[in-house]
Design a protein around this ligand. Sequence first.
Ligand code: GLY
Ligand code: MN
Ligand code: MN
Length: 431
Amino acid sequence: MRHAPIAPDLFADNRRRLAELLLPNAVAVVNANDVLPTNADGSLPLHPNADLFYLSGIEQEESILVLAPHSAEEKHREILFLREPNEHLKTWEGHKLSKDEATAVSGVKTVKWLSDFPTIFHQLMCEAEHVYLNSNEHARSTREVQTRDERFVRDCRRRYPLHQYHRLARLLHRLRLVKSPAELDLLKQAIDITDSGFRRVLSFVRPGVNECEVEAEFIHEFTRRRAKFAYTPIVAGGANACVLHYIANDQPCHDGDLLLLDVGASYANYNADLTRTIPVGGRFTPRQRAVYDAVLRVMRASIAGAVVGKVNRQWRREAQAMMNDELLQLGFLKEEDLTKPYDPDEPPCRKYFMHGLGHPLGLDVHDVGSPHEPFAPGWVITVEPGIYIPEEGFGIRIENDVLITETGPVDLMAGIPVEADEIEALMARAK
Ligand code: GLY
Ligand code: MN
Ligand code: MN
């Protein structure tokens, strides 16, 4: 791993909080993600399983965490099962965790090799009544490729059909939504690295550079800071910004165009999610500036409106009402667009602002959690309004990450340049 070691208390606290939610006589199991194949003998780098990391800090393939908090055998209450290191693995793949190292990372005292799993798991199942298994229950997850956790669910239910099975994901979602101080420290590091990448890009962008060169500036900064891309970055000049999931990043940037940058760093698996829109030539046109300031006003007001107890739908409707007014002032909408009846889920602004206002953020970029739950202290969400005008060849989105607290929202990206004047000044200084 590239990140600095993390105190294992973070993971031990998470296991303790999960154990408090389990029914008596329960076993819970979380598996690592698969190393996904590509072509021929190729594979993608392992993407650590967020739940396994949350509960153990372990980022090694094939690992299994088993929790049996009520087991009569104290040493079986938390067990990590790992690949057994050997000379062959050492030669071809390098270092694998020893038992002591896994304990130091996770705080789990009992670490076994995977070959011990069938016997110990059988013993635990003979004791247990309730079994909590993991699954990807993100509302927008794709279901095409079976995960290691899903294969485990299938096999476990076949072998032990008479236990009572439960969805671990529901409990983990509830816990993961609320960030602890240690998690917030890691998120802030990801945000700080993202800030550095953005400032580097502000002094790099000029007419003629290709979007991919801008992407390269970000990854240079992220990699040297021991981070990686949190998601495939969007570096979209001109009308490319109107393609919401544009990732080709292969076009030259033209003077007079805007460049939309939706790029975040992932540090220690915690993700930042930033969007800034900057003028390629260093100056916004009056038209671009008017739209930019409208988006910025909606972002600022939406940050202020991200208060405890509000649900996402209400929050989004408030932003849409502001956006309707801004679009009216800008001349994109007419009075009658707003006075004739419309479906509140399809307000007139959706022609220009057609995506959501924000999402929970954490170990996943679109983090787990129900969209219908009211905001609560400790949540981190993004706030990302935008206006997209393909006919005029530009799209503007601005996105900050915000912590919800009892005393009001805290903008975790308040220090990242966002005022049009500030962006212009920083770009001018670089010239
Ligand atoms: N970068 C993904 C998003 O903004 O939701
Ligand atoms: Mn986002
Ligand atoms: Mn984003």
